[in-house]
Design a protein around this ligand. Structure first.
Ligand SMILES: [Zn+2]
Length: 272
């Protein structure tokens, strides 16, 4: 079930060392095939996304690093925040939509941001240790990650960019499979603007690791890797849809991606 170079942690989590100091932690048996990323510097480690919480990811993380750890969800959808409550040190991007979820110093995700009711999952309130402004250079010691706002799939989506290593952790912005712009808060105008923002910063040498994988032709799993051409293809698709004036529910982007959209996702184009 796992590709060469990927190993099982138990019978649920798969681990792939994708770059020096970077481990992808996959959940290939979960139907959404989530991939989370543990990124280490010299003095701090960061966990981008915590999976759906079907199993406790913190046990995996503890075996991979002894460094002080910060957990950062790429957005609040249930398949990225299921284990968030298991971490002491949680950072969030400083976005109004997330600040609005705070009550009595505790974060309560709205149904639209969490979506856990779809799979019987219940939000577990968490305290937030750090609010990072968009554009923040996160210093892990000898490694910097730029915090980039990448709305489109959801209003609270962020990506991390390691400029020196040329690795973009794009989370749910792109991945092999159907991109979800048919969920509350999805916005195609934002999706298109984000493609421009990302393409101005990356080049065709940039590795783009994503939060949802797909098995290869032999049914084997590894951390999903895309490149700048996939974002260019998405950009072209979005511009073509915009120019057509139509509102297709499903559009093929390229051999690896399709775009699913509902009428609400087109709203900002119709009024703008
Ligand atoms: Zn997701």
């Amino acid at each position: 079930m796992l590709a060469q170079g990927v190993r099982w942690f138990d019978d649920w989590f798969a681990i792939e060392n994708i770059a020096p100091g970077v481990h992808a932690i996959g959940e290939p048996r979960f139907h959404q095939i989530n991939w989370n990323y543990l990124i280490e510097g010299q003095h701090t480690a960061l966990l981008l996304d915590t999976g759906p919480g079907v199993r406790d990811i913190s046990e995996v993380v503890r075996t991979l690093t002894k460094l002080p750890l910060i957990a950062l969800p790429s957005h609040l959808h249930f398949d990225h925040t299921g284990n968030l409550h298991r971490f002491q040190n949680i950072a969030l991007p400083d976005l109004p939509v997330l600040r609005a979820c705070m009550r009595d110093d505790v974060l309560h995700a709205t149904d639209d941001l969490f979506r856990g009711f779809l799979e019987g999952m219940v939000w577990k309130p968490v305290r937030i240790s750090k609010w990072w402004p968009i554009g923040r250079r996160i210093d892990l010691g000898g490694r910097h990650l730029d915090l980039i706002h990448t709305p489109g799939h959801s209003p609270d989506s962020v990506s991390l960019f390691d400029r020196d290593a040329k690795i973009l952790f794009a989370a749910d912005f792109v991945y092999p499979g159907p991109l979800y712009a048919q969920t509350p808060g999805a916005d195609l105008a934002a999706y298109l603007a984000t493609t421009h923002a990302l393409l101005s910063q990356i080049d065709d040498q940039t590795q783009i690791f994503c939060a949802h994988g797909a098995p290869d032709k032999k049914g084997k799993h590894r951390a999903p890797l895309m490149n700048s051409h996939d974002i260019s293809d998405l950009q072209k698709t979005l511009m073509d849809i915009k120019d057509s004036g139509k509102m297709p529910k499903e559009t093929v982007i390229n051999a690896r991606m399709t775009l699913l959209a509902n009428d609400t996702a087109f709203a900002s184009w119709r009024t703008g």
